[in-house]
Design a protein around this ligand. Structure first.
Ligand SMILES: [Zn+2]
Length: 507
């Protein structure tokens, strides 16, 4: 799937954005995840009605310390394959910036991750916050194109620049700054808080988040909810919705790659069979592309659209208010554009092909690679059955590439302490935003906690417009200081609200 270009023609529910074309950086891209979020926001008004108490406060020193901590760790290029000392220096810098946190909480290195535990007073199940400290590399050929060097952490024009400022080091320092501030105020949580800071999210999390998840499982610890990256506060993306939309991912798509292989007799091309291995493979690909997997308007998409309806103008809003009647039409409109189609079906993309060695030699083999992103509810076996039926050729073998594959997640609930606490937090911290559930297209570390955390949500308090989206994994990644300051406020408020709501919950 092309994650970086959005068709410029008319989008049914979207403003049009022109994205600079840029090579894809692998399946686990936050940009990809958020990009998809441009497409659909299932919007709902946040929190209880009536005036709300103000958000938590951090003083100027605490905010300055957060900024300085981010600058310090941006200066460490924590790319895949970086020496372990690079990560150790990051951990040391965080410890230096947030000394109370590192001396009060239980700190446990697990693989490339750090697991922090802040014990609560009660025996209630913990809640969990996730962030990652690794970053994608900067293409050496493009480094000179950055306005500010990518590992400088400099503040220029009111923003802190560098790789990781959007994805996802701001979240790590935001969480730690929130805890530090609460500790300085003498706060003790009711409910235990777990924080995992991953070291290899961008390459799949197998040596980081996956090991943390396995550790929790082994200890029979089941967080009541978990919050990771995956979506953000998107501005100006949805036609008719003038307010920013805070999208919270309730689920993420699965990932599956297969190879189609055909074989031929070889020999001289002067006496060919009716179809060569390449021709046979080409026919299989054509049949497959002509048989897309069926689309469907399930949750979180469906309830999302229904909730979005009041914010939509004119006919669009009317159509979304009556999905019981208009669902086939709406589905048809969503299917017509790649970005929206990806929200309602398992997508497939033929991404690689090889075969043949010389122009006058019959190919003995031809191979095509097909990448699928699975909608929640579709299993890998469902996809393989579909491929088999569509290709319908015994001469084509189908192989699964197991590396990197993941099943789609469950769909988390918009009820319960996690969702309600996040909604209440956003209503206080970002009262300008509309809260919206959605489906995350890209992968995150959160997927490793499937079946371990009861509910899994994907959201960062990061404000993005279409131009900012291209900076994630791209050129000139930077975060405005005004937005960076919202991170610790968001997490501090969230921790307080979760604990307040835990008091109200029966044990
Ligand atoms: Zn990330």
């Amino acid at each position: 799937m092309n994650s970086t270009s959005l068709c410029r023609s008319r989008q049914p529910f979207l403003r049009q954005h022109h994205q600079r074309s840029r090579p894809a950086r692998g399946p686990r891209s936050l940009r990809l995840a958020i990009f998809a979020g441009l497409v659909v926001a299932a919007a709902a008004e946040a929190g209880p009605s009536g005036p709300l108490p103000p958000p938590a406060v951090l003083n100027a020193d605490e905010l300055a310390r957060t900024r300085a901590a981010l600058a310090a760790i941006v200066q460490e290029p924590t790319v895949a394959g970086a020496p372990p000392e690079t990560f150790k220096r990051v951990h040391a810098k965080l410890k230096q910036a947030f000394p109370r946190t590192f001396s009060t909480l239980d700190i446990e290195p697990i693989g490339t991750s750090l697991l922090l535990k802040w014990p609560g007073r009660s025996a209630l199940a913990p809640f969990m916050l996730l962030a990652h400290l690794d970053v994608v590399p900067v293409d050496p050929g493009t480094e000179k194109n950055w306005k500010v060097p990518p590992f400088s952490g400099e503040v220029v024009q009111g923003a802190l620049w560098g790789r990781g400022t959007l994805d996802d080091k701001s979240s790590a320092v935001g969480i730690l700054a929130a805890i530090e501030s609460l500790l300085e105020g003498g706060y003790t949580p009711e409910r235990t808080l777990l924080v995992a800071l991953g070291g290899d999210e961008e390459t799949g999390g197998s040596a980081g988040a996956a090991l943390v998840a396995a550790t929790l499982k082994q200890r029979n610890i089941r967080p009541v909810f978990l919050l990771d990256e995956g979506y953000a506060v998107i501005d100006g993306a949805i036609v008719g919705v003038s307010r920013p939309v805070a999208m919270i991912g309730l689920a993420e798509k699965g990932y599956l790659t297969i190879r189609l292989r055909s074989q031929g007799p070889g020999g001289h091309s002067s006496m060919p069979p009716e179809h060569t291995a390449i021709g046979q493979l080409a026919r299989a690909i054509a049949r497959l592309e002509d048989s897309p997997l069926p689309s469907r308007l399930d949750d979180p998409m469906r309830s999302g659209l229904e909730a979005l309806a009041p914010h939509m103008p004119g006919a669009q809003g009317l159509a979304l208010r009556a999905l019981w009647l208009t669902s086939p039409l709406v589905r048809h409109l969503l299917e017509s554009k790649p970005a929206t189609a990806a929200q309602i079906r398992t997508t497939m993309a033929v991404t690689m092909i090889s075969g043949g060695v010389a122009e006058n030699v019959l190919p003995e083999e031809a191979v095509a690679t097909v990448n699928f992103r699975l909608l929640p509810g579709d299993s890998p076996q469902d996809v393989l059955d579909h491929v088999q039926r569509s290709v319908d050729d015994e001469g084509i073998t189908i192989e699964v590439v197991t590396q990197g594959s993941s099943a789609p997640s469950r769909v988390s609930s918009t009820r319960g302490i996690g969702w309600e606490s996040m909604s209440e937090t956003l209503a206080r911290v970002m009262p300008d935003a509309v809260v919206a559930p959605g489906l995350t297209i890209g992968g995150t570390d959160a997927k490793h906690f499937e079946g371990i955390a009861e509910q899994v949500y994907r959201f960062l308090p990061m404000r993005l417009n279409a131009e900012d989206l291209a900076r994630i994994h791209g050129l000139d990644e930077r975060i405005p200081l005004s937005n960076l300051d919202e991170f610790p406020v968001f997490y501090k408020t969230l921790i307080e609200i979760v604990n307040k709501n835990s008091h109200q919950d029966p044990p």
